[in-house]
Design a protein around this ligand. Structure first.
Ligand code: PLP
Length: 421
């Protein structure tokens, strides 16, 4: 088989799987059994034309779904002109995207990279440089247990999950982990070398766990009082995912630095670090940089995505649909004894199952029924559909979930099907 013939080869699913197993690094184990060909709106289609309503959206990335005209137009227009030219030159779409992010957030300066981990690396460097420039030896960053900040060495060290770190020890130093939503634990962890606290407004990979309002407010006060920077990792929560443009807006506080990725490019890789002027001004030429980050294509698409999200009523509609979705999930909770909890904000919702039912089995069953979800944390189904999802699609999804749960036929204080009598 020649590489140029790849599209012409009518490979079966099994043949593609065999290629993956033979040639691709085994990071993802046995993947879910589907190969997608194209998408439209919030639906993906496999090679046999089977439709899947997508409540995972490429892990909270495809925020405007598939084939959105704003994204297609930006890709088409920009790709015909210029994909990349290096950061040695001024880039119009980069400057405009930075302006748009700054004008719509609490930040003053933006930097673009290619992923969430890279954005967090940038935030970590910025926090350390800020104190270095002030002549203070403050470098330690407090993060939370069950957090997820990325897979590079520093962001892995920031990630409060030992299972990801163990095989790669020794970890870069300068990170301590404390329980989430525990202000006293942060107070105890602070010492003379603490430069920042980094948190997710909602822990995504940790199982859709929300930060409490009081915790966030106290955390901001504490950081200000102790001359410590507050960094919000908004890689998953940013760009409208939680119903507000940024997750921090739910808490009526302003972080000193926040990071973005996933939704910002609507499927084109891009990450961003946004910081207050005082902190950003510590960075001097040569301190940080990137070859690909902020290129004309990625920033043009980012601009198209952001413009769409901040259009009149877009986010109001997200909140409306999210309230409907959460309400219907709570209805399901009343029907099934094995649903422990419903959590989350906006279109970043989680349904925690008790140990009598395995989330991964539900994920597979839902896939067979034509719905895409995944399982995070201990045993939590995560729902992060495109923000353009429609109410009737949410209703169809709930019916699918209801049928899937019924098919497991669990007993409890409920009837044989796990449903209330
Ligand atoms: C909160 C958060 N931070 C960082 C990352 C890492 O992003 P990436 O995979 O783009 O490096 C993720 C990815 O899931 C995330 O959810």
């Amino acid at each position: 088989m020649k590489i140029k013939d790849i599209d012409k080869e009518n490979l079966s699913f099994e043949e593609i799987q065999a290629l993956d197993q033979e040639y691709y690094l085994n990071c993802f184990g046995t993947r879910l059994p589907a190969v997608f060909e194209y998408g439209e709106g919030s639906t993906l289609y496999d090679r046999e034309g089977k439709a899947y309503l997508d409540f995972l959206a490429g892990i909270a990335v495809n925020i405007l779904g598939y084939g959105h005209p704003a994204i297609l137009n930006a890709i088409e227009t920009q790709s015909k002109k210029l994909l990349h030219c290096s950061n040695f030159f001024y880039i119009k779409s980069q400057s405009f995207l930075a302006k748009a992010l700054v004008e719509n957030s609490c930040g003053d300066k933006a930097f673009f990279c290619n992923s969430g981990a890279e954005a967090n690396e940038g935030a970590i460097k910025l926090a350390r440089k800020y104190f270095y420039a002030k002549g203070k030896h403050k470098y330690e960053i407090i993060t939370t247990l069950n957090s997820f900040h990325g897979r590079t060495m520093a962001t892995l060290s920031a990630t409060g999950q030992e299972k990801y770190q163990k095989p790669f020890e020794p970890m870069p130093t300068g990170f301590v982990h404390v329980p989430y939503n525990d202000i006293n634990a942060i107070k105890k962890a602070i010492n003379y070398s603490t430069c920042a606290v980094m948190v997710e407004p909602i822990q995504g990979e940790g199982g859709i766990v929300e930060a409490n309002l009081d915790y966030m407010k106290e955390l901001k006060e504490l950081c200000d009082k102790k001359d410590i920077l507050l960094i919000f990792d908004e890689v998953q929560t940013g760009i409208g995912r939680t119903g507000k443009l940024f997750g921090y807006q739910h808490y009526d506080i302003e972080p000193d630095i926040f990071t973005l990725a996933k939704g910002l490019g609507g499927g084109i890789p891009i990450g961003a670090v946004v910081a207050k002027d005082e902190i950003a001004s510590a960075i001097e030429p040569g301190d940080h940089g990137t070859t690909f980050g902020g290129n004309p294509l990625a920033t043009s698409v980012g601009l198209a995505v952001l413009s769409t999200i901040i259009e009149d009523e877009f986010l109001e509609k997200v909140e409306e649909k999210a309230a409907f979705f959460k309400g219907r999930l709570l209805d399901l909770k009343n029907s099934y004894s094995f649903i422990k909890d419903i959590r989350g904000k906006g279109l970043m919702l989680g349904l925690e199952l008790n140990s009598s039912i395995e989330g991964k089995d539900v994920v597979l069953d839902m896939l067979n029924r034509g719905f895409i979800i995944n399982c995070t944390g201990d045993n939590t189904l995560r729902f992060v559909p495109p923000l353009i999802i429609e109410k009737q699609e949410i209703e169809r999804f709930i019916n699918g979930l209801d049928q899937s749960f019924s098919s497991f036929g669990y007993k409890g204080k409920f009837n044989d099907l796990g449903k209330e009598k």
